[in-house]
Design a protein around this ligand. Structure first.
Ligand code: PMP
Length: 445
């Protein structure tokens, strides 16, 4: 019996899907099932080809079924399929850490592996707490996140995150001492901006207000996505990240960039830190590091942070933290292939070259009456639709469903369509993607 045939025996609801309106889906239709993927396309159970407009979930920039990755996985399984990550290690993890450090901004030379974005964020928050404690500033326990921020679903990441729907069910159990900056989205000043808005750098002054409210001596770290991805490509205003950096440095607060989406090339540079010319103290990464094929994440920290952990009071273990699968041999092997391909195919440069193509294609929809805003940076874009009269998200859902019929797998949250196509997409595919979205919106009305 093939896997596919066995699906007939699965009872409705046995599989509880993550971040999915399960009740709605189960009532209306069978699960939306993908059966294959190659290059920039998925194939669904109905045999239809779907253009992968979000690189999976922002994680497959090299496209699907890359032969070198398949080869590396097989070879690694045959050689060293698992190695304990505590006390022991293996060559691929060591050398991948070195390669990532070499790509990171200057002075960030130390890599700790995790297995997902959520784990990477929790690791980053714990590094920040540990750093201050070793320095004798254990009272620095507060974390500052940002409205509309998405930092995964661990208790730490959820607490610093700024999405009400992800928080409200768990509200009493948030991490204590968390506060939030305002998000930087002000459509009245920045709608239809190409790239970074010139208005809004002053939002960074929120941090001075929180320092005045809580006192710097209680604040451990500020965590932001350089570009807010999951909540619809909110691009940082020019000068905003620089100002955040200055205020953090002035008050001894660590700055964490959550680069789970922006890391590994999506901004046309290894990390958004380099694209925006701002070096944080900690970078989180995940997703693209392994092209989404074997889960992997991690954090990169500054020499100063690492040195502090290595020279602090002598404990048996300096940092009581880690995962069974940290630096997993399969993930590390795939990570090497991904970096090889990114280098040999010049994919960061390719992203930089595709950025204006995606920008023009996205903004060509500015005349569509249902469109409220279009934003873009690097190989990301968002088209925000005006909510339908029936309510927020109704038009968005209809667009998602119509797009499937027209051969595109879209990522729609509420009424925002987010785009993060694979780096291997052609110029024509990007143009066609947006032209199809135009037709989809026109069909839905
Ligand atoms: N941080 C950011 C910025 C993300 O975009 C995501 C996932 N979209 C996460 C953290 C969480 O990653 P994961 O789903 O791998 O836990």
């Amino acid at each position: 019996m093939s896997n596919f045939d066995s699906v007939a025996t699965v009872k409705k609801g046995t599989y509880w899907q993550p971040f999915t309106a399960n009740r709605l889906l189960q009532a209306n239709s069978p699960p939306r099932t993908l059966v294959a993927a190659k290059g920039a396309y998925y194939e669904n159970v109905e045999g239809q080809k779907l253009f992968d407009t979000l690189s999976g979930l922002w994680c497959t920039p090299l496209g699907h079924a890359h032969p070198l990755i398949a080869e590396a996985v097989k070879k690694q399984v045959d050689t060293l399929d698992f190695a304990p990550s505590f006390q022991m290690t293996h060559n691929n993890a060591l050398s991948l850490a070195q390669r990532i450090a070499d790509m990171a901004p200057e002075g960030m030379n130390h890599v700790f592996f995790a297995n997902s974005g959520s784990e990477s964020v929790d690791t980053a928050l714990k590094v920040a707490l540990g750093y201050h404690r070793i320095k004798g500033a254990g009272n620095r326990f507060r974390m500052i996140g940002r409205e509309r921020g998405y930092h995964g679903v661990g208790f730490g990441g959820m607490s610093v995150g700024g999405i009400l729907s992800n928080r409200k069910m768990f509200a009493p159990c948030m991490m204590p001492g968390v506060d939030h900056l305002r998000h930087t989205y002000a459509p009245e000043h920045m709608a239809f901006t190409r790239g970074q808005p010139t208005w809004g750098a002053d939002y960074a002054e929120d941090l001075e207000r929180l320092v005045a409210l809580h006192d710097a001596s209680t604040i451990a770290a500020v965590i932001v996505e350089p570009v807010q991805g999951s909540t619809g490509v909110i691009v940082p205003p020019l000068g905003y990240l620089q100002r955040l950096r200055e205020i953090c440095t002035k008050h001894g607060i660590l700055l964490i960039f959550d680069e789970v989406i922006s890391g590994f090339g999506r901004m046309g540079a290894p990390f958004a830190a380099q694209r925006f010319g701002v070096t944080p103290d900690i970078i989180t990464f995940a997703k693209a590091v392994t092209n989404g094929i074997v889960p992997m994440g991690g954090v990169i920290v500054t020499d100063e942070i690492y040195k502090t952990f290595m020279t602090g009071p002598q404990n048996a273990i300096e940092f009581c933290h880690g995962y069974t699968y940290s630096g997993h041999p399969l993930a590390a092997a795939v990570g090497h292939v991904v970096l090889d391909v990114m280098e040999s195919e010049g994919l960061f440069e390719r992203v930089a070259a595709l950025e204006p193509v995606l920008e023009d294609a996205a903004h060509s929809l500015a005349d569509v009456p249902q469109v409220a805003d279009i934003r873009n940076i690097g190989l990301t874009a968002a088209i925000e639709l005006k909510p339908a009269q029936e309510g927020v998200g109704v038009r968005g859902l209809a667009v998602f469903e119509e797009a499937l019929k027209q051969g595109q797998l879209l990522r729609v949250t509420g009424d925002i369509i987010s785009f993060g196509p694979p780096f291997i997409a052609t110029e024509n595919e990007l143009k066609n993607m947006m032209q199809t979205v135009r037709k989809v919106i026109e069909t839905v009305g």
